[in-house]
Design a protein. Structure first.
Length: 464
């Protein structure tokens, strides 16, 4: 790829986690950036502070006359007026994932893919490399408090990226090291079925550089299907909570709700460590990180020292505060498997009297396709409150086929307590009137439900 230094790029949909991160990375490499988005917020304010010309709303005149290329987020429709103008002018147009791939391929890339755990595991890897003095570049789908954001431009060797399967975006990456955490049915508004999802992940595995390595979950049945296929040139290293895996954990012990354990590598003691994130699933994430860090050349002892230093990302099992004996958390889980893992981790670490889960379903299509799985996933919550489904990338037809009330009814049928409260104000009022000392409230979902946690915590601070 030719140098981006001195080039001018215009982003349509610059306010996303990924697009804003790429914009900042291009700026640090000497490019000039402008962009547009539909709503204000902290992300746009940060970009403005870096000298980015930002336009609110999408209009043809937002496109600068002297721009070299246009970069669009996955959410931008073909009818967007700025995109239309760019086409009329014959400008080069990149999808976000395409441009990320062009930058990523200039480094020794580390890419983390999977239905669940991508943000946590890729952030964990980036933080560990930073603390080890390797100064990585990174673009992750969540803010990382320890690194000051979701992206950063580091040294000349390592680049850590979260590799998303939606729209087959991850096929733009050609990593030196890749981790494949798990594969389940998701994004069924884009993929036909689970088999097509597995095929896409197999294509990603074949994208690994010939001298590269695939760190693969040795317990995942869909990943096992990929490992049996021909055409994989990468070295395979497996991880998981099974002695058949090359990286595994033994002798787990819970201390203050967090796991301490020994790591075995090929049956030999790798080291003793612990993690600062709750939940059994985070032991598996830690094993993936340990395997990737080993491939960068870091010694086992140093890796075991680094693992507990990672304290998490924004909106992943995030402790928000505690007043009057009531604990408030926020979590990004929006798939049944993630919900089960998060609720289990919360119960294990905090042991609340009652666990309240305020869950905002994300997408009508996902809710409909996985309705029964969603209903079963809340069994570890004492009370689940569900507002209306968060509308994104859905069609009117999808919206007509499922509702939040239908999900609540299924949860009740599965034997759990649930209620539908349409608006955030009503949820806040219900929490104020019914939550008691010793209870824990977690807001959960990929939409805007975190606002309920913030408002409820503010109320608690004034009244407890």
């Amino acid at each position: 790829m030719e140098s981006v230094t001195g080039k001018k790029y215009h982003f349509i949909g610059i306010g996303g986690i990924g697009t804003s991160g790429l914009a900042k990375l291009l700026i640090k490499h000497g490019a000039s950036v402008s962009g547009s988005d539909m709503s204000e917020g902290a992300v746009l304010n940060d970009l403005i502070g870096r000298g980015v010309a930002i336009h609110l709303g999408h209009r043809a005149e937002n496109l600068p006359d002297d721009v070299d290329a246009v970069i669009i987020s996955a959410a931008i429709p073909a009818s967007n007026p700025e995109l239309t103008r760019a086409g009329e002018k014959g400008l080069k147009i990149y999808k976000y994932a395409e441009m990320l791939g062009k930058v990523f391929d200039q480094y020794a890339g580390i890419a983390v893919c999977g239905t669940h755990g991508k943000s946590t595991t890729s952030a964990w890897t980036a933080v560990s490399l930073e603390k080890a003095g390797l100064n990585p570049s990174f673009i992750i789908g969540a803010d990382i408090p320890q690194l000051g954001g979701s992206s950063g431009a580091g040294g000349a060797e390592w680049f850590v990226a979260e590799a998303c399967e939606y729209d087959r975006s991850f096929l733009n990456l050609h990593p030196r090291i890749a981790a494949m955490l798990n594969i389940e049915a998701d994004h069924l508004d884009y993929y036909r079925d689970e088999d097509e999802i597995v095929d896409a992940f197999a294509d990603f595995a074949r994208n690994i550089r010939p001298d590269g390595v695939l760190v693969a979950n040795g317990r995942d049945r869909n990943i096992a299907r990929i490992l049996r296929r021909p055409g994989l040139s990468a070295k395979i290293v497996t991880f998981g909570l099974d002695l058949s895996c090359q990286f595994t954990a033994v002798n787990p012990e819970l201390i203050d709700g967090l796991y301490h354990f020994d790591i075995l590598y090929n049956g030999t003691l790798f080291g003793t460590t612990h993690i600062s994130l709750p939940g059994l699933h985070n032991i598996e994430n830690a094993l993936a990180v340990a395997a990737m860090l080993t491939e960068t050349g870091l010694p086992a002892q140093r890796i075991c020292e680094l693992l507990p230093e990672f304290t998490g990302t924004d909106r992943r099992l995030m402790f928000k505060g505690k007043f009057g004996g009531i604990t408030v958390m926020d979590d990004y889980a929006h798939h049944p498997t993630e919900i089960r893992a998060s609720l289990a981790g919360i119960r294990q670490q905090y042991q609340p009297h009652r666990l309240w889960c305020v869950f905002q379903p994300h997408q009508y299509s996902r809710t409909r396709f996985l309705l029964d799985d969603f209903a079963e996933s809340f069994k570890l919550a004492d009370i689940t409150i569900v507002p209306e489904i968060y509308f994104v990338r859905d069609t009117a037809e999808s919206k007509s086929k499922v509702s939040a009330e239908a999900l609540v009814e299924r949860i009740r049928q599965s034997g759990s307590d649930a209620l539908f409260i349409n608006d955030f104000g009503g949820i806040l009022e219900h929490l104020q009137n019914h939550v008691e000392p010793g209870d824990l409230v977690v807001t959960m979902g990929a939409g805007t439900i975190w606002k309920v946690a913030d408002e409820y915590l503010c109320w608690l601070g004034k009244h407890c």
